[in-house]
Design a protein around this ligand. Structure first.
Ligand code: M6R
Length: 609
């Protein structure tokens, strides 16, 4: 959610932190702040709203010093105001925090009794006061932090400075991500790699329960009992260029257009056309092991959940294996029926979504085998899984997930092939056909992107609508859900997706001239039924934009718009329809003048439950 950056080195900290925060702004943009330490004194600048406000403030009132910490916030406790912005100060201690401290109210009461004065409504401020309180008895800042962390319940990634020790910066993590970039005697700390990748690609990924103590050009990693931990930096194989817009007006459009390449990347080296099979290097399961599972359980949130639902359609149909699809935030709290005979598949772009991570841990505690589908390499979900299928979509910065979704669909399609080949539900010929369809996909994504001008016309026509409905049958149903989510997220138009056949059971009451209906009508076995559902809408005066398959002149004849999406086969056409619906949402949002990369109230990875 929030983004954290810390720096200790030989350069002015404030510009380094500011450029890191800019790379993290997609994680939260309600308010921001920086604190530096100079000549034994800490100084803080904070502002509400986006980072440009903080930048303006720093231009007027620059910060100096070669040690510093910064934060960009996605508000959980307390409104997005200046007083609630991080860094927070309690006595001599300054803290930036990502996560939620669940017992902050009781801690706050104790600290109030001891004379601490609180200024903000946040849970985070309590950490600074708590460390300050511990400093009264501890001999070092490091010890005070360790004592304070033992009192905290909840999730945190923290950077801490204190005026009492102007040579030390401390980072700690439990439940929220944190990485340390190392460049000689310079250290870059961040909640996400993109913040520091331009400075160094040598990174240490911190684990829960670890602390990093930076002092005088060195870093020592310890556990919460002060025992040293040996951590080896890894070379991160990402180019800083991935975090640039490359001439596009925003990251979302860039990422939409990266999809042909992203689809190539997720399949690269994995297709075995002759064997009609795929090789998923991170799966680590033999055919015999795959056959030992009684059922699959796909668990995810948001867009990734839509991919999971599409996965159910793929796997049940082609492999005849039962698949449950679970909303991660519900799964953990309802005594789920998973066991050692269940293959649990968490799906997550970021690999850090707190709900999905909690669901993974719940499933693990019930002996389930975990194979995740993740985009971010070495993310928490990836690390805690028994196997991983990486989607290799590259860095996704736009808050609205685009290329991450389509690559998840492709990863699930490949998993379908693997499972079907393992249990014999997919024979050699069918496997070869499926691989050929995959190989053809990137070009078809490219062709789908060319529909943009037509899609813009659709958006122009319905721009004043407050609501919209998306309809689809079969695998187009999850794609309809995803189309509706995209529209909601970035254009703030209320939208719902329904299985087309469900319309008549209630939502049809909503149909009038103000409610555009986007009908997904690929040329698959559901087409005849979808046409009937479309007629039901038109008959009631509804306005329809039909998304049909290339060559289908018939279906859209009575609709206000008829767009022809390339045909990629029954399953993979879903990827192309998803791309078209991304462009629908994008055009609506741009025409309405919305910020597509940083829509209001959202954050890229949701690391709180
Ligand atoms: O990183 P994850 O895939 O776990 O994220 C899950 C959701 O938070 C995410 O898909 C969210 O719904 C996106 N904003 C969708 O565009």
């Amino acid at each position: 959610m929030c983004g954290i950056v810390g720096y200790m080195g030989c350069h002015e900290a404030s510009p380094v932190i500011m450029s890191g925060l800019k790379m993290l702004e997609y994680r939260g943009y309600d308010s921001a702040g920086i604190c530096t330490m100079d000549l034994g004194a800490v100084e803080i600048r904070r502002s509400s709203g986006k980072l440009v406000n903080l930048e303006r403030l720093l231009n007027e009132q620059p910060l100096h010093g070669t040690i510093g910490i910064g934060h960009t916030r996605w508000a959980t406790h307390g409104k997005p105001t200046v007083v609630n912005a991080h860094p927070h100060r309690g006595g001599a201690v300054v803290v930036v925090h990502n996560g939620i401290i669940e017992n902050y109210l009781s801690l706050k009461e104790e600290l109030l009794d001891k004379g601490h004065m609180f200024l903000s409504e946040t849970d985070s401020e309590v950490i600074s006061h708590l460390v300050d309180e511990k400093l009264k008895t501890a001999t070092t800042l490091e010890e005070a932090v360790r004592l304070a962390l033992k009192d905290l319940q909840g999730a945190y990634a923290l950077c801490i400075l204190s005026q009492r020790d102007d040579k030390t910066l401390i980072a700690a993590k439990s439940g929220s991500p944190m990485v340390v970039g190392i460049k000689g005697h310079e250290f870059f700390i961040a909640s996400d790699m993109p913040a520091i990748i331009a400075n160094t690609r040598e990174m240490v990924i911190m684990e829960d329960g670890e602390m990093a103590v930076f002092r005088n050009g060195t870093v020592i990693f310890t556990d919460l009992d002060g025992q040293d931990i040996v951590k080896t930096p890894r070379f991160i194989d990402w180019s800083p260029m991935m975090a640039e817009k490359n001439g596009y007006p925003n990251f979302m459009l860039k990422e939409i257009h990266e999809q042909p390449q992203a689809v190539k990347n997720v399949t690269a080296g994995r297709l075995r056309p002759n064997e009609g099979d795929v090789f998923l290097e991170g799966l680590h399961l033999s055919d015999r092991q795959l056959l030992s599972f009684e059922r699959l359980c796909l668990v995810a949130c948001g867009t990734s959940w839509h991919a999971a639902l599409a996965g159910k359609y793929m796997i049940e149909e082609h492999c005849r294996i039962p698949v449950d699809v679970e909303i991660a935030s519900e799964f953990r709290y309802r005594d789920p029926l998973v066991s050692g005979k269940t293959l649990v598949i968490p799906i997550s772009q970021s690999g850090e979504t707190a709900d999905t991570l909690a669901a993974l841990r719940e499933a693990k505690s019930r002996d389930a085998h975990i194979v995740s589908i993740c985009n971010v390499v070495d993310s928490s979900i990836a690390r805690e899984s028994d196997g991983v299928i990486y989607t290799h979509a590259g860095l996704e910065i736009g808050v609205a997930s685009t290329k991450a979704f389509t690559t998840q669909l492709v990863a699930l399609y490949m998993l379908t092939i693997r499972l079907g080949r393992a249990n014999g539900a997919i024979n050699l010929e069918k496997g070869r056909e499926m691989i050929a369809a995959l190989n053809a996909l990137p070009d078809l994504v490219e062709k789908t992107l060319l529909l943009d001008p037509q899609i813009e016309e659709v958006a122009c026509e319905y721009l004043t609508s407050w609501d919209a409905i998306y309809l689809g049958r079969g695998i187009s149903y999850p794609i309809a859900l995803e189309g509706a989510l995209k529209l909601k997220e970035i254009s703030y138009i209320h939208a719902d997706g329904y299985p087309a056949g469900e319309m008549k059971h209630g939502p049809i009451a909503l149909i009038d001239r103000e409610m555009p209906v986007f009908v997904l009508a690929p040329n698959d076995r559901h087409l005849v039924k979808v046409r009937s559902n479309m007629e039901e809408v038109i008959t009631r005066g509804g306005r329809v934009a039909a998304f049909c398959s290339a060559g289908d002149e018939e279906t859209g004849k009575r609709a206000e718009f008829s767009l022809q999406i390339p045909w990629a086969g029954e399953v993979l056409s879903a990827v192309l329809f998803a791309v078209a619906l991304q462009l629908v949402a994008y055009n609506f949002a741009i025409l309405k003048g919305k910020d597509v990369d940083q829509p209001r109230n959202l954050a890229k990875s949701v690391t709180v439950e």
